[in-house]
Ligand binder design. Structure first.
Ligand code: ME8
Length: 659
């Protein structure tokens, strides 16, 4: 059993018939923010996510891909896991519904429900939506699914039924006794009236589906996907042995409003039937919309997280998702709003406050944080404002009011900007009185910065850790306990750490163009061969294999490729593209911009003046949103394909043709 108070929270387990978009990222980011926040309040926290891998959709997708279902879902689960890791959103447990421990848990839960008399065998005929994996109540043949709008199919089968009807009163009693179980309030009323309207028994096994968890001794019955999927929350923390882990019941299931009914009606009913503890809270947030309609894989209007994280950093995306929309409501996603907020709140706001404070301390106090001394009423007022913001922000976080929490933090940042503008420490001289005044102003600003940094840490984990080490404060920022946070704890006399770029300002149009280009490359890998970006400048990677006779080309094919001697004039790294360098190359007749996938192996400065072999008649294309007009030739060495630039042992004229 954990010694600290425990907090167990979950994201939905996501379907494996597509890859994560901003909607999924939103839920997972919120879960990660709560996890960090709760840890800073002293809880032992477990956060889980995972993949929902059974059902007809997967069966079909695997068939289309021409591979067995198990292989298909294994690949997809790896992609999801990798992306979450890349975005810094790795959960403490990643549960797959094909995991053996999960299969056992589902079968165990079913057995308990059955032993307690809540499961019986019957026949069911109804309209079924294969996309949502649900029978559509009251639908007639020919009707479309009310959720996704696609045609339903008539399905009759022998099923096991769950006596959901027996739980109308227990559920209503439970909602009454646990008034914060369903959040937000508006959703609660919706669910209560749904349950008051009467509950029909629910078929929880299928014989028409092959790809599912088998009902022991009852083949070909497999479990209905929602009976299977919901149980993953329990499998993730011990399944039948949940008591040993000490995490069950879940303290919080975070979900989108699309799946609230499954979580607040079916799930507690299954658990009550099995006489297991029921979760403490289900929080249903709103949707991120694109052009006023819900983003979804099937509509093809999805926004991908990776290009945004590459261009602006993951902290920027986290900040935007939480700041832009009041948690619980729907909101529109737009790149324009994203970049506007990035420049205004992060680059000009927190980033600018941190860098100017550090620069002034560097200049005036040899980089040592001045001792905090409150000199004048305006210093005191700022201290009081910051101190009272601590309480407000913690309360906002506690109530899941993330936008308001951030607003309160940024109000303090705004107050610091005003304070610096009116105090003008840069205009003070070197007299003793002036130096004292500078120390008071910069000490006050540094202390304010320390506090807002701690408060913003759950949302901006990477950049606040950088500010923390810039301020030379002891320990790690994630180890700071929020309950002990107060004005006046600034470690003074310590040396500032190294300044690191926090949020470099970006040109809006260019940033949007680059994000969109990267998204396009990710969604259409064949059309824009960005996947090959790292190696596109190199000779084909891997061991040299002699082409088969039929693969050989004639000289006329070779002469179609124009190669010339080029000389590198400038070289720079590209924000958001770790592997690429942007070069300008003199090819004799003109200077070309060329991107080369060599950034991990060559320092830009070392390349200036170097002569290289360039393919000059390739059609221009964009790599990570940056135009590349030509290709530099390099050998590809070793298993990881390290690029080694091709060059010349004798002096050659720039522009000379290679034949
Ligand atoms: O429903 N805006 O999986 P799923 C905000 N496997 N959030 C969104 C969103 C959007 N546009 N789109 C998706 C399933 N989400 C089941 C869950 S749980 C036992 C089984 C988020 O891949 C939101 O959290 O369709 C939503 O509930 C979830 O992704 C649906 O993911």
């Amino acid at each position: 059993m954990p010694t600290k108070e425990k907090f167990y929270l979950t994201t939905p387990i996501y379907y494996t018939n597509g890859l994560p978009h901003i909607g999924h990222t939103y839920t997972t980011v919120v879960a990660d923010v709560i996890r960090r926040y709760k840890r800073m309040r002293g809880y032992e926290v477990v956060m889980t996510t995972g993949t929902d891998e059974h059902g007809v959709n997967v069966e079909r997708a695997a068939k289309n891909a021409g591979i067995p279902e198990s292989e298909f879902v294994a690949r997809m689960a790896t992609e999801w896991k990798n992306l979450w890791n890349e975005l810094g959103l790795n959960a403490d447990e990643f549960i797959r519904t094909t995991d053996l421990k999960h299969v056992r848990t589902v079968q165990w839960l079913f057995k308990l429900c059955k032993e307690n008399g809540y499961v019986y065998k019957g026949h069911y005929t109804g309209q079924y939506c294969i996309y949502d994996n649900a029978f559509v109540n009251d639908a007639k043949p020919g009707d479309n699914c009310p959720d996704c709008g696609r045609p339903t199919e008539t399905v009759t089968e022998e099923n096991y039924f769950f006596k959901l009807s027996a739980f109308q009163k227990p559920l209503l009693d439970f909602y009454r006794k646990n008034p914060t179980f369903i959040q937000p309030e508006t959703r609660k009323n919706e669910i209560i009236s749904f349950v008051e309207g009467g509950l029909k028994d629910l078929s929880i096994t299928r014989t028409t589906i092959r790809w599912g968890i088998p009902v022991p001794g009852e083949e070909p019955h497999v479990f209905y996907v929602w009976f299977d999927a919901l149980t993953s929350y329990l499998s993730a923390v011990g399944g039948p042995e949940y008591e040993q882990r000490g995490m069950w019941p879940a303290d919080l299931h975070l979900v989108g409003k699309d799946i609230i009914r499954f979580h607040t009606v079916y799930w507690p009913a299954f658990l009550m039937a099995a006489m297991l503890p029921v979760p403490r809270q289900v929080w249903a947030h709103g949707w991120f919309l694109m052009d006023a309609s819900k983003m979804s894989k099937s509509k093809g209007n999805v926004v991908l997280p990776r290009p945004i994280a590459n261009m602006l950093g993951m902290d920027a995306l986290r900040y935007f998702l939480l700041r832009e929309v009041v948690f619980g409501q729907d909101g529109n996603f737009s790149y324009d709003a994203l970049v506007t907020r990035y420049n205004a709140d992060l680059a000009n706001g927190l980033g600018n406050l941190a860098s100017r404070t550090a620069a002034m301390i560097e200049k005036n106090f040899a980089g040592r944080i001045p001792r905090l001394s409150v000199g004048q009423p305006q210093d005191d007022a700022l201290a009081k404002q910051t101190q009272s913001a601590i309480g407000e922000v913690l309360e906002r976080y506690e109530n899941m009011e993330f936008a308001q929490a951030l607003e309160a933090i940024w109000a303090v940042i705004g107050a610091a900007d005003k304070y610096l503008t009116s105090e003008q420490p840069w205009a003070l001289g070197d007299s003793e009185a002036d130096t004292q005044r500078k120390a008071a102003v910069l000490g006050t600003t540094a202390e304010l910065l320390r506090i807002v940094t701690v408060l913003a840490h759950p949302v901006l984990p990477d950049s606040t850790a950088k500010v923390w080490s810039l301020l030379g404060q002891p320990g790690t920022i994630s180890g700071v306990q929020l309950d002990g946070l107060r004005w006046g704890q600034l470690a003074a006399g310590v040396q500032l750490g190294k300044a690191q770029a926090l949020f470099p300002r970006v040109d809006k149009a260019e940033a949007i163009e680059r994000i969109e280009a990267m998204a396009n490359e990710e969604q259409n890998p064949q059309a824009a061969p960005a996947a090959a970006a790292a190696t596109s400048t190199t000779a084909s990677s891997g061991a040299a294999v002699a082409p088969a006779a039929s693969d050989k080309i004639g000289i006329e094919d070779f002469t179609k490729v124009e190669m010339r001697v080029g000389q590198i004039k400038t070289a720079e790294r590209i924000v958001g593209a770790d592997k690429l360098l942007k070069l300008t190359v003199d090819i004799g007749s003109e200077i070309r911009q060329i991107c080369a996938g060599i950034a991990q192996y060559y320092e830009p400065e070392a390349l200036i003046g170097r002569k290289v072999a360039v393919v000059t008649n390739l059609a221009p294309r964009k790599l990570r949103g940056v135009e590349s007009n030509g290709m530099i030739i390099a050998a590809s060495v070793g298993p990881e394909g390290r690029p080694v630039l091709a060059g010349f042992h004798e002096d050659v004229e720039v522009g000379a043709r290679l034949k």
